[in-house]
Design a protein around this ligand. Structure first.
Ligand code: GRF
Length: 212
């Protein structure tokens, strides 16, 4: 039987992508990465995909006149793979309403904050500046509201005195690499409606709910 198909979108280093590559290879995640697409030709994640023998594509937003035109071309690139999920893994683009609607329910993202806190950029520094005692990451479905779709899984880490944004980011990334493939597994296995998804003490409504 064909494994569930993933298309993963990246713009950069691709450490989350690597977690998916590793877990698909080990069988921990029963899925196949059909293609990795980057909007930046020099994204290191493309090298990670190639090393793993995964098909790659680059589609530069700079070649398009509008966000809508780029997103339409992206849809046309993704659709032939008929993915079960489109996974945003450090894809640094705001997506148009048309794109989000096209993949609604199949489009997921990871955001480096304990949403609904700190949607948008510079999440780590904002958490430090606010004097928060913890930070974290959230896997969520993508809707038209930026970083505002229903949460799937969340992991929290402590913020220590003297933490810089970089130190905090790497502490959070370690958790991202666990919860993102795990959330994907839960979705693909249809387990989101069986109560709550837990990870290391964090719990969130598991699907179809707005944030509490
Ligand atoms: C991660 O911090 C993720 O939460 C955010 O973008 C970053 C991607 O990192 N959406 P990487 O490219 O997976 O290393």
């Amino acid at each position: 039987m064909k494994k569930p198909q993933l298309v993963i979108l990246i713009s950069g280093s691709g450490t989350n992508l690597q977690a998916f590559i590793d877990q698909c290879a080990s069988g921990e995640l029963n899925a196949e990465i059909a293609c990795v697409i980057s909007n930046k030709a020099d994204a290191f994640g493309l090298e990670r995909a190639k090393s793993a023998g995964i098909q790659t594509a680059t589609l530069s937003h700079k070649d398009f006149d509008s966000r809508e035109a780029f997103d339409q071309a992206l849809i046309e690139l993704i659709d032939p793979y008929q993915p079960d999920l489109v996974v945003l893994a450090g894809f640094m683009r705001i997506l148009s309403a048309g794109f989000v609607q096209h993949f609604l329910g199949k489009l997921i993202n990871i955001h480096p904050s304990l949403l609904p806190k700190y949607a948008g950029l510079n999440t780590h520094q904002r958490a430090i500046d606010a004097g928060d005692s913890e930070a974290g990451a959230t896997v969520h479905f993508v809707t038209e509201e930026l970083d505002g779709g229903p949460a799937i899984l969340q992991a929290a880490v402590p913020i220590h005195e003297g933490d810089t944004a970089d130190i905090l980011a790497s502490r959070i990334l370690e958790q991202e690499h666990k919860i993102y493939p795990l959330a994907t597994k839960l979705i693909l296995e249809g387990k989101l409606n069986e109560g709550q998804a837990f990870y290391e003490g964090s719990a969130l409504p598991a699907s179809g709910h707005a944030y509490p």
